[in-house]
Design a protein around this ligand. Structure first.
Ligand SMILES: [Zn+2]
Ligand SMILES: [Zn+2]
Length: 335
């Protein structure tokens, strides 16, 4: 007689599914892996076999230059993993191709959310609320202080700053996978149709998004700008690491913005020299985390990947069984 859910084991380096001998988002190379999405802390290179959505596999191929051992799982498709375990990939609303993974074995259902959010995003398929026995949820922003405002407000701030400073450019720091494309798509939705200038490190991922049907409008590389003058009054996107370095000297009087959930914390914005903090996150905020647990209504919630304590306490106060997992190796490439 095996114990309920003993087939799924949280280990420091990832979640291990013993009967199928397969890992979910392992932090080191393994023979067989399920990968929720393309951010580097979840999608390590070098696995023997990688099972993921078509967009996630395309992102991994772009980053690791190999497609060896790739097995495609479309949203809603159920795949047999062996050992009586199946996996179904469900949209997570985090970035292009991001998935929650529903695992089923012996009538027991476990969902691993990966990273997710509930706020609308024109570049990602919305999170699917799906019943399960155990919900393994991320908790990157698992503190009540973290509430993300509607993105339209933050995009409005960005456009207002541009309007008010026609002789400058607005340099927006945003992660190259997901955040950059979401900000661009939201700018387009808000009616901004001018050229958006890109740091070279953003180009390939923007093209990949466009190849997957996400329209981003007129994008050009800063290195192709005819002059500094051509970028006055423009919006420029760059990875956060480029904000303070010599690359930005080619821009006309840049005003530094940064799109991140951490911009809620003023000290973080100041530390990074950010003049225009934009609170834009691809992770669930506190309200989205608690709402998701309530809506999915699992028998038990396992909390990982962030600030587990407050959410654990919230579960206790709401008579929900919960435990914190200690997984290692997840950083915030993708805040
Ligand atoms: Zn993550
Ligand atoms: Zn992520």
């Amino acid at each position: 007689m095996t114990l309920p859910f003993s087939w799924i084991r949280p280990e420091p380096q990832g979640i291990y599914i013993a009967p199928a001998d397969i890992w979910v988002d392992p932090s080191r190379a393994v023979p067989r892996a399920l990968v929720t999405h393309g951010h580097a802390d979840h999608a390590r290179g070098g696995h023997g076999i990688t099972i993921a959505t078509p967009a996630t596999l395309a992102i991994m191929e772009l980053r690791y230059q190999t497609r060896a051992g790739a097995v495609t799982a479309a949203y809603g498709e159920t795949i047999s993993l062996g050992g009586g375990v199946t996996a179904t990939f469900l949209p997570a609303g985090h970035v292009l191709g991001s998935a929650q993974i529903l695992l089923e074995h012996a009538g027991e259902r476990v969902i691993i959310t990966g990273d997710y959010k509930r706020a609308p995003d024109p570049t990602a398929t919305p999170f699917a609320v799906t019943p399960c026995d155990i919900l393994i949820t991320e908790a990157t922003f698992g503190l009540p202080v973290f509430t993300h405002p509607p993105i339209a407000e933050e995009i409005g701030k960005l456009l207002a700053a541009r309007e008010a400073n026609p002789d400058s450019c607005i340099l927006v720091g945003a992660y190259a996978l997901g955040k950059a494309q979401r900000v661009i798509a939201e700018l387009r939705a808000a009616g901004h149709s001018d050229t958006i200038w890109l740091h070279g490190a953003m180009e390939a991922m923007c093209r990949l998004y466009e190849d997957h049907g996400v329209a981003l409008g007129d994008l050009r590389l800063v290195s192709d700008a005819p002059s500094k003058e051509a970028m006055r009054g423009a919006i420029v996107m760059a990875p956060p690491s480029a904000l303070g370095d010599s690359w930005s000297r080619r821009l006309p009087d840049p005003i530094t913005a940064m799109a991140s959930g951490w911009m809620r914390v003023r000290a973080r914005a100041r530390q990074r020299g950010v003049e225009l903090p934009l609170i834009i996150s691809d992770h669930a905020d506190w309200n989205e985390l608690t709402r998701t647990i309530t809506e999915v209504n699992p028998q038990e919630t396992w909390i990982t990947h962030g600030r587990e304590e407050a959410l654990l306490r919230w579960c206790e106060l709401n008579q929900r069984r919960a435990r914190a997992l200690a997984l290692v190796g997840y950083e915030d490439e993708d805040d």
